[in-house]
Structure formats: structure tokens, C-alpha cells
Design a protein around this ligand. Structure first.
Ligand code: GDP
Ligand code: MN
Length: 446
């Protein structure tokens, strides 16, 4: 097996079962593993066990420049090459010990397909925040979700809106799925700007960021949306009954069929969060998110998970100017317009207390803290990074970025490894996630 793995051409994953290798984590990977991952993944700072002190947290959050030394001069190109190399690997389903399907072969050798009322679903919902006028776009996406995945499992949908949904909206949705559909109006006290926001400070801050051309900065509803998605959707009455959610957005595309139950995957493999795309953010939108967070951590270092994704959060090589603007945060985040997550993580003590601190600081309105960086910083600090899963088998598009796997299950407009038009290559952060946070073993689960 060793010889197959170190061959120059890399491996053909279809020719053998890599699950033999699980349990070892010593880099018998294909070429990119050895060349590009080994330094970062072996140079890991010693992980303190148990609750961390502030000094230990501070140490973990100081990025070690040596980790990316051999590529620092040409980081965007190196990262894109690596990205394409990773995607060139032909994949099928993730090689986890347990995947759940909606069908099985019974003792008589007969294939049994479980229908909506028979299949034992996880406690989960597909979830979107959407406006009535986005009906056409949400149907566009819902049809793909149904065709590629949910027609097998019939998970319920929850549609949320700050205004009541029209009858036309509800009826049209119901014509496109046999799943249960919930239509929820977000109470104003959850959606609207909270009373601690000082209008004078807000006006001053926002006018500065408007001058600097920050997108959506003067749209009140966008700030409400970001805050709601960061800290409140999981407190909606309807959502209290669910543990897992899959967020989807109007006008996004899903290119690949997935035959296993993604929510059961989360449950059975003890995952908290799954994503497809990782990007940098405009640092001006989160200028004080990191300092406010560090102040919180100084008081509450015990919440930091010893195996957090510290290096991805603090990398400062591809965009040193970003890290400078934010006082130490790379701005790397999981793009949250697709995400599958465990809401109990957000409902937990660490995230809740931190969210209170964020609210007090007011950055959802004085700046434009997005739910993507907020989820990501929360997960990167308070959760075990091994519970964060890159769903590389979910072909996905939200303009202008795509996740395109190399798989028979996908019907994607571009070749695998396509990411975006060239002028935004520098916004790609996924290579950092792979290099700095994933183990070889994790990389080989597809
Ligand atoms: P972008 O992806 O950051 O450009 O933001 P979008 O315009 O796509 O908004 C993100 C999500 O929130 C989408 O699902 C929108 O439909 C939804 N959304 C944004 N603002 C509002 C709003 O004021 N009301 C409602 N109901 N949904 C909104
Ligand atoms: Mn969007």
C-alpha cells in the first residue's frame, strides 16, 4: 500500500479502499499531502489539555509565520494551485463508517425504499430567510435541493421572513415538495435594531464606511439580517424543536446528487458544522470584531476549545493588510449561505455569552458584522475543529463562487476545481483551512 501511495501520479481512489488507513495519521497521503501539508500539520503548537488560561489562548492566537514560509511570496497562486490539485481527486461519498440511506436490501435480497412516513429522520430542518418577492429564486433552489437530495428524505422546510408570507408564496412552495413546510414570521423584537444602538454613533460610523464603499452598509435590513442570522434564528419558536439546520438561499445552485442523509451524517459522526466554501471578508465590516472578542476571552478564556481552528482565524500571509485592519483576524470564514449546523452549539453557554458581548459592542450596526464571520469565529474558538466538516461532495454555487467536485454525481457547468472569475482568486481561503486545520486523515475521507 505504501508504494501505491507514494507513486508520482498520485492515487486512484477507486482502486482500493483507503479506509484501511484510518487510525493512522502519518501522512501516507498523495503528493499534495506530503508537499504542502506536512510542514503545517506537523508544526502544530502543543495543545493544552483542559481549560485554557488567557496566556495560553493568546499564545494559540499568535500566528506562526513559519507555517507558510515556503509559499509566502506567491500565496494566491500557490493556494489556487493547491486548491485545484485537491479538487482534481476523483471522489464519491465520504469514507465514514456510517452513512445512512433511505433504502436497504432486506433478507430476501429485495430493495426496500423508505417513504416519507417510514424513514426515521434526524431532528432537522432545511431553513431559509427569504422575502416574498424572491419566490422565483427560492423555487429555483428548492427544486435542485429536492431533485438532488431531499426527495429521498423529506426533511421539513422552515421559511422565515420579517413580513408575513403571501398565500401565493406558500401555495407555490407547497406545489414543489411533499415535505412539511413551516412559514414563520420573525417577531420584531428579534429582527429589529436593539435599543442599545446609539443613533449618533451609528450615523457617524456608517457614514465613514459608506465613504469607503462598503457594500450594503447603509441598508438597515441587511444589518438586521446579519444579526438575526448570527445570534437569533435558533431562538425562533419553530426552530426550538430542531437540532440541526441546513441553511439555503434563493438563487443558489446545488450541482451534485447526494444519496446519504446529510443530517444523519452530522449526528452519526459527531459533527457540529459543515461548509463548502471559505472566503476572506472585507475587513472594514469587522474592524472591531476581533478586539471585542479578545476582550471577552481575557475574561472567559475557559470557553476556548483547546483544539480550535486558531491558525485559520489568525493567518496573516495572504492578506496581511486585512489582519492589520482587524487587529489580528484573518477574516477567513465559512461562507454561511450554505451551512449545515447543530443549533445546540449556538445555544450553548460559550457562544451565548460571547453573543451578548457582541451585542453590547454594537458592531452589527456600527460596522456590518456578517453572520459568516460571526459563526466562523465562534466555531473556530469554541468548538473542536475536528467537528467541522468540509462537504466537498456538495457542488454549490452562490454568485460568484463555486464548489465543484470531481465526481460522477455532479452536473456542474465548470470543471472540478473551478472557483470564481480570476479577479477574485485572492478571496479564496479554503486552502488555508486544508493546510492549517485539516489532518491528512480528514483529507482522505473523500
Ligand atoms: P448576500 O448573499 O450577502 O448578498 O445577501 P442576500 O441579499 O443574499 O441576503 C441573504 C439572505 O437573507 C437571503 O436569503 C435573502 O433572501 C435574505 N434577506 C436579506 N434581507 C432580507 C430582509 O430584509 N427580509 C427577508 N425576509 N429576507 C432577507
Ligand atoms: Mn446571498
Amino acid at each position: 500500500i505504501y508504494f501505491i501511495f507514494v507513486s508520482e501520479r498520485g492515487i486512484d481512489p477507486s482502486s482500493f479502499d483507503t479506509s484501511d488507513l484510518f487510525g493512522t495519521n502519518d501522512g501516507y497521503g498523495i503528493e499534495y499531502n506530503r508537499k504542502l501539508m506536512s510542514e503545517a500539520s506537523t508544526a502544530s503548537k502543543e495543545i493544552p489539555v483542559g481549560g485554557m488560561t488567557w496566556e495560553e489562548v493568546e499564545h494559540q492566537l499568535t500566528f506562526d509565520q513559519n507555517l507558510l514560509k515556503n509559499i509566502e511570496d506567491n500565496m494566491v497562486e500557490e493556494n489556487m494551485d493547491f486548491f485545484r490539485e485537491v479538487y482534481s481527486k476523483r471522489i464519491t461519498e465520504p469514507k465514514f463508517s456510517k452513512l445512512t440511506y433511505n433504502e436497504y436490501v432486506n433478507s430476501d435480497g429485495v430493495r426496500v425504499v423508505l417513504g416519507k412516513d417510514e424513514y426515521p429522520r434526524a431532528n432537522a430542518t432545511l431553513l431559509t430567510l427569504v422575502r416574498n418577492q424572491e419566490l422565483k429564486d427560492i423555487i429555483h433552489t428548492l427544486r435542485q435541493l429536492e431533485a438532488n437530495w431531499n426527495h429521498k428524505f423529506h426533511y421539513p422546510y422552515t421559511f422565515t421572513n420579517d413580513e408575513p408570507f403571501t398565500d401565493e408564496f406558500k401555495e407555490t412552495i407547497r406545489r414543489h415538495t411533499v415535505s412539511d413546510c413551516y412559514f414563520e414570521v420573525i417577531p420584531p423584537e428579534i429582527w429589529n435594531k436593539p435599543s442599545n444602538i446609539d443613533p449618533d454613533i451609528e450615523r457617524e460610523k456608517i457614514s465613514k464606511l459608506t465613504e469607503k464603499g462598503v457594500l450594503y452598509i447603509d441598508k438597515d435590513s441587511y444589518h438586521n439580517m446579519c444579526r438575526f442570522n448570527s445570534g437569533y434564528f435558533y431562538h425562533l419558536e419553530r426552530l426550538k424543536q430542531f437540532k440541526y439546520y441546513w441553511r439555503f438561499e434563493p438563487a443558489t445552485d446545488y450541482y451534485c446528487s447526494v444519496d446519504y442523509d446529510l443530517f444523519k451524517f452530522m449526528e452519526d459522526n459527531n459533527k457540529t458544522y459543515g461548509f463548502t466554501i471559505s472566503l476572506y471578508d472585507n475587513p472594514l465590516t469587522v474592524e472591531t470584531l476581533w478586539p471585542v472578542t479578545l476582550d471577552f476571552l481575557k475574561e472567559n478564556p475557559q470557553y476556548v476549545h483547546p483544539n480550535g481552528a486558531f491558525r485559520w482565524l489568525t493567518e496573516n500571509v495572504q492578506h496581511p493588510d486585512y489582519t492589520k485592519t482587524t487587529g489580528g483576524y484573518s477574516t477567513c470564514h465559512f461562507w454561511s449561505n450554505f451551512e449545515i449546523g447543530d443549533m445546540d452549539f449556538y445555544r450553548g453557554e460559550a457562544y451565548t455569552k460571547w453573543m451578548d458581548a457582541l451585542e453590547e459592542a454594537g458592531g452589527f450596526y456600527y460596522e456590518r458584522w456578517g453572520d459568516a464571520p460571526v459563526h466562523s469565529v465562534g466555531l473556530g474558538l469554541f468548538e473542536d475543529r475536528s467537528k467541522i466538516h468540509w462537504f466537498r461532495d456538495i457542488g454549490y454555487h452562490h454568485s460568484p463562487y463555486k464548489n465543484i467536485p470531481n465526481s460522477d454525481k455532479c452536473n456542474a457547468p465548470e470543471d472540478s476545481g473551478y472557483f470564481s472569475p480570476e479577479d477574485v482568486y485572492d478571496q479564496n481561503c479554503l486552502s488555508n483551512w486544508i493546510r492549517l486545520e485539516m489532518t491528512n486523515k480528514e483529507l482522505q475521507t473523500y
